[in-house]
Design a protein around this ligand. Structure first.
Ligand code: HAM
Length: 439
């Protein structure tokens, strides 16, 4: 029989790496809470139309990468429906904002999420078909201040703080403004004109984009096209006064907060909903997939999916890439040792005695775990040598429990870091094991 494996582009996350995932998530939640964000959990699949309208039909995500299927009707009352595994979470959050009429509170809605996303991309290091994002969104009616450049700067300052607290050093914040949708339309026309004489010298994708969506030419990664793209007009020259002032205010607030950034005129991002501020945090340690996180403002997204005017800004971090970066920086966690290994010592040939000592060891482990200690439990059939070898790999100390110890209530404890062996009365065992190891 052929062995079944995890599907291409998906992975199992195993300990001790999962400890690092948990640490990242706990740090992110703690930082988001300090900035007054609450958690939102939206479904993993949605109506396909949400992404088509929200993210944009022309984008790579919608045109090539979505896991979409026709969901058959199960009853006469149901209609077949096209559903899609979410490729990103912003559209779902905005759908929920509209569906639950959160705009009617008149307040800014500040929510964060952690969860799997799905894109049928070509898998490589840092790029998977199921990956996890940690993201946050600030949305609200304009009267709540949702359009203010201060919101953009605050989100970016929060990200700088979060990366610092995670221990990710050496990141770069790249920032740009893609203007309002009117500015974008104007820039698209400027680009279209500029591309007419040069597109034939570019890759086939660019030749197509030059006609269908010239802005996407700026995403091209083909090395030969880069010098040509560098000569194209810059979006900043197509921004109207309001967009320019907004962007200047974001940068001024970042300067005041001491958050360093680099301007990148080509950062238009691969999703169609962006307006004004766009940004990415990159890290050199990641190789080709160097974007740790990306985000920006999406002032027209709510209206594009049938909601009220609700400008917003947000980001999503690739959690898989945070893990890779921390591992490259040597901040990955090693398997932590438990406080003690309880080693029952029995006679493998005497079944009744073995059962008795194993049961007594379980009772002792229960007592210690209930006292808050982390305990690994051995087996009475192990020889003493095997118990010591196993314990030395996973625990800071070993507690021997044989017939003698059971009778006397005095246990033998060996501390692996100091090599000392001590006799400890059972009543004092939990306290003894919770002390730092002797040097
Ligand atoms: P995005 O740039 O498509 O933006 O994805 C954000 C981050 O998710 C990327 O920077 C990367 O770290 C990670 N990512 C994307 N695709 C993959 C993949 N195939 N494998 C591993 N990691 C990946 C968005 O998704 C927007 N929703 C962000 C946003 C929120 N904009 C405003 N609010």
């Amino acid at each position: 029989m052929t062995t079944l494996k995890a599907v291409r582009g998906t992975r199992d996350l195993l300990p001790p790496e999962t400890a690092l995932w948990n640490r990242i998530e706990a740090t992110a939640c703690a930082v988001f809470t300090r900035y007054n964000f609450g958690e939102i959990r939206t479904p993993v699949f949605e109506d396909t139309a949400l992404f088509a309208r929200g993210v944009g039909e022309e984008t790579d995500i919608v045109s090539k990468e979505m896991y979409t299927w026709e969901d058959r009707a199960r009853a006469q009352s149901e209609k077949p429906q096209s559903l899609t595994l979410r490729p990103e979470n912003t559209a779902g959050v905005v759908r929920a904002y509209i569906e639950h009429k959160l705009g009617e509170t008149g307040q800014l809605q500040k929510s964060y999420y952690i969860g799997p996303q799905f894109r049928r991309e070509r898998p490589q290091k840092g790029r998977y078909r199921q990956f996890s994002q940690i993201g946050a969104e600030v949305i609200g009616p304009p009267s709540a201040g949702s359009e203010s450049p201060l919101r953009d700067a605050e989100v970016l300052e929060m990200l700088a703080t979060l990366l610092d607290e995670l221990g990710i050093t050496g990141w770069t914040l790249e920032i740009n403004s893609v203007g309002s949708s009117a500015d974008r339309a104007r820039y698209n026309e400027v680009l279209r004109e500029a591309l007419i004489p040069i597109a034939p010298k570019m890759c086939v994708d660019c030749q197509r984009r030059a006609v269908t969506n010239p802005l996407r030419v700026l995403d091209c990664k083909v090395p030969e096209d880069q010098p040509i793209i560098d000569t194209l007009p810059k979006i900043v020259d197509s921004l109207d006064y309001a967009s320019k002032t907004h962007f200047a205010a974001v940068l001024a607030a970042l300067d005041a907060a001491g958050v360093p950034y680099t301007r990148n005129h080509r950062l238009v991002r691969g999703l169609d909903y962006y307006t004004r501020t766009t940004f990415e945090f990159t890290h050199g340690g990641l190789g080709a997939q160097n974007s740790l996180l990306g985000g920006g403002r999406y002032d027209g997204l709510s209206e594009a999916i049938g909601g009220p005017k609700a400008p917003g800004i947000g980001f999503a971090m690739g959690e898989d890439r945070l893990v890779l970066t921390l591992q490259a920086l040597n901040q990955g966690s090693a398997q932590p040792r438990v406080d003690a290994f309880v080693a029952p010592l029995g006679d493998a040939k005497d079944e009744a005695a073995l059962m008795r000592i194993n049961a007594a060891a379980l009772a002792l482990a229960r007592e210690l775990r209930r006292a808050g200690l982390s305990i690994e439990l051995g087996d009475g059939s192990f020889r003493l040598k095997k118990s010591f070898e196993t314990a030395d790999k996973v625990a800071r100390r070993i507690v021997i429990l044989g017939e003698d110890e059971l009778q006397s209530g005095i246990l033998t404890v060996k501390d692996f870091s100091s090599g000392t062996q001590t006799k400890v009365p059972r009543a004092e065992l939990a306290t003894h094991l919770s002390q730092p190891a002797a040097k």
